[in-house]
Ligand binder design. Sequence first.
Ligand SMILES: [Ca+2]
Ligand SMILES: [Ca+2]
Length: 641
Amino acid sequence: MAAAHQLTRTTQLLLLCSLLWTQAPSPVMSSLLSAQTEDFIDWWQHAVFYQIYPRSFKDSNGDGIGDLQGVIFKLPYLAETGITATWLSPIFQSPMVDFGYDISDYKSIQPEYGSMTDFEQLVNTATSLGIKIILDFVPNHTSDQHEWFIKSAARDPLYDNFYIWADGKLDNQGVRQPPNNWQSVFYGSAWQWHEQREQYYLHQFTKEQPDLNFRNPAVVRAMDDVLLFWLNKGVAGFRIDALNHLFEDEALPDEPLNGKTTDPLSYDYTQHIYTKDLPEVLTMVQHWRQLLDDYTDKHSEGATRIMMTEAYAGLQVLMDYYEDAGGVRGSQLPFNFHFITDVNENSDARDFVYNIEKWLIYMPRGHTANWVMGNHDKPRVATRFGPTSVDAMNMLLLTLPGVAVTYNGEELGMQDYREISWEDTVDPPARNAGKLDYMKESRDPVRTPFQWNNATNAGFSTAAKTWLPVNPNYLVLNLEAQKQAVKSHYKVYKSLIELRKLPVLRRGRFSIEPLSRAVFAFKRTLKDYNTLVTIINVSAKEQLVNLTDFINRPQKLVVEVAGVDSVYAPGDFSFLTNNRTDNPQLRLAPRAGLVLSYEQSGMSVQRRLMVKQLIKSFNVVLVALLMYNLWRHKWTKVNFN
Ligand SMILES: [Ca+2]
Ligand SMILES: [Ca+2]
């Protein structure tokens, strides 16, 4: 009996152990769970959106102007770089007063850019290379050459109310004046007298860009029709231009003065409370979202069709675009311009951390963050933060959670060309500012042709003269040179895109801290994967960084990506592991960054999986032992009886 009792106890113990071990998920189960989580990441949620400015990207026929065949020719370059999504500045028929943002026919391609056949070829080639095409949608205004405007000016009953028309008023001297004190974003009154119609029309941008009247349902329908036209051509969505200028107060009241300037023609003269961010804007965003979702549902063979929206607006306005308080969804990607507007080369580490955190804190649950590092309207990274900061800013952009938006040329660290003469200046706000002040307003310096190589016109065009001059620094700063160099901004950029494929960057958790006034660091963590840490020195001085507290003494740190000025190279790890002190220090060059990885538990993923496999095998042995014990116990009992 004693022996039998002993055996029963062993059996119980074994049974308990067996039960405990079967609670641990098997590696197979873990990978199934990961796969399910992965399925929730839609194509756009982790994409790098590469903005092409077609006029300056590549000229295929030697007229000095970039075109669609040029874009097609360079699509393999994007694929090779790892880009899977683009957005193209406008390619539609336009008198080019504002370089395509003044559209005279939304459904035609601008002839100097190519034909509809070229566009179809562009979509097909992009699709075959795994690249999605997003088009620029410019709803606020048309060109004054658009048929709708011509008919509206002629009071055609179908188009009479398509634009914002108003009578002027007479001043004390009996001279006709605009209806109110609103100014154009590009300087001067926002009102232009139209001789034929004998009324003023509103233009928030140039006088050749009359504002559409979105309070007229016929305008909404006409613009929906434009969206559907391009969706049927196979585009994956739209970047929506100047969104927050869409509506104005119908009563046309004067705006209160701002106090920033005494010049009544400057856009800074008034506070734009009646011409910007009106609540009606949100209803249009939600309307377009519905249109895109309906289209995706009906054409499920294609990808989710998305919108990204351009609005330099307050944080709460932008968050409502994502999803309003009632849970109605709008823009998938309300552009986050905070790296452009809220930090500069004088910002310290705390400013960056605050800037990044505020977006994530305000963003409604279940939405995707986005980070825009540049565009065709704002100075380039090398000019805003200094040329030595290019790699660090790309590390920041590409290792933060969510979507990254890169303006063409930023992968090379292209620089603003600020020596463009008044004679060569073409940008409307610069021309409006006049010969003395044009460079303060000009966007031409950020729009110069792409620097492909050191041949004529940087390989952009064979023309004697290009539409904007090429930055003469192309002789040294060009893609070809950066591909050949051992270290280059392009190589750093490309390795970061490669790194983005890691699950930890696709869906890892995020935490960030300023380590000092000069340096901040953030980490991305995901169960079963190495943790990634990005460290950025935003100061103009070299920094020695102690990471001990931030990463909780990992056993081994490995450099994943280092900038061109770094003393470290990818694969380096000895600088921390061989350090015998408790004070390991990293050396960061001025305005440099580093991306590191470490094994969170001190055990590699492979080793951890091996241990799990061992546990599973051990479990099988235990069950066998248990069975054996049960059998033997029964046999013993029988014998005793
Ligand atoms: Ca051309
Ligand atoms: Ca408007």
